[in-house]
Design a protein around this ligand. Sequence first.
Ligand code: ACO
Length: 401
Amino acid sequence: AIDIRSLRQETGHITFDPGFANTGSCQSAITFMDGEKGILRYRGYPIEQLAEKSTFVETAYLLINGNLPDRSALTRKSVMLNDFSLLHEDMKAFYQNFPSKAHPMGILSAMLNALRSFYPELIDLEEDLNQTFLRLISKVRTMAAMAYKISRGHATVYPRSDYSYCANFLHMMFDNPVIPYQMKDDLVQALNVFWILHADHEQNCSTAAVRVVGSGKVNLYAALSAGISALWGPLHGGANQAVIQMLESMHREGFTPAQVIEKAKDKDDPFRLMGFGHRVYKTYDPRAKIMKKMCDKVLAILNIKDPLLDIAMGLEEAALNDTYFQDKNLYPNVDFYSGIVLRAMGIPTNMFTVMFAIGRLPGWIAQWREDALDPNQRISRPRQVYTGETIRDYIPIGDRK
Ligand code: ACO
């Protein structure tokens, strides 16, 4: 084990590491990644096994508590998730006052901070933290579905206590008094897999944001709200929305994969091939492999022929055969196929990153908890390499040129 205290000495030397590509900011026992081999494990369990055999609720428990729950613990948690799923009715007023075009990620981030005012008793580290976590995981799902319903001008739908976590989300999103939502077990299972794949990914941009903000001892709600804001960006979780918009524009305008690849390679053009590349993976993202298979499955279940899937597969093939992408080890990441899955499920494009956020919540919570309970934890405070003026004398305004 590393002697943390011995590393605390400020030596006067600064490591310059833009984007923290080579900086280990914490010790963590939650998620293991090997970017060269394309390995991802939560608490030691391979992502492939979890995606095949686990549920999102069980995986959330695993990430936060460290081990898979036994049957009674899982039942208890599932019951509590249902018990906690209602929101204070006064929160509806907040939703109704956002402009109708407001992005759901901005709304979710704001509402998560607002949630703290409604449930202030949940922020004390001495309280039963597990209850707080369950409340958050349950309520954030309700908040996301509610944001969607209100944005459509529809009545909000209350959760049902006989539904599982994932089924309840689909129910709150899509049920309405005129056309009751027909629950499909296969789709519920697909949603479980979707959220398991997103549940944690070690020190990515949003998780690092949660840890950095949390390190100032801010409450969990505020730290998670920062995570949601960080996730929103198109280079991070916002890429799932950007991928679909890219595929849609190819479909609409008739751009070929070769044209798009050339545009992505052009260094004078800020455009990047969305859903491609990763800071850590230098091979195929293991989550993308599972997502691609799930894409075929969901389209088959729903009997949908989505032209965007063919475009995506053509684009992937063209990129993987291109020396620029090969030389830079750029492969599809989790976001490349996820939008097609969500689209097939009926999730609107501007909710894609919210779907990612619901999935990532257990990971953020687990990472925040690990940091908060670490006796060696210190406030995050990176240094800089100063490049400004050295020293200047103040010039009165009348003497300035
Ligand atoms: N299209 C074209 N070129 C790319 C792409 C891409 N998608 N990704 C990286 N490159 C190029 C860069 O231009 C750079 O080229 P250079 O060496 O000639 O300057 C080189 O590959 C390395 O790229 P960096 O930006 O330095 O890599 P970094 O690790 O900082 O960025 C990132 C990783 C942000 C994911 C990047 O690959 C990217 O922008 N991808 C597209 C957006 C995306 O899909 N984001 C989702 C990531 S997964 C997630 O967050 C859930």
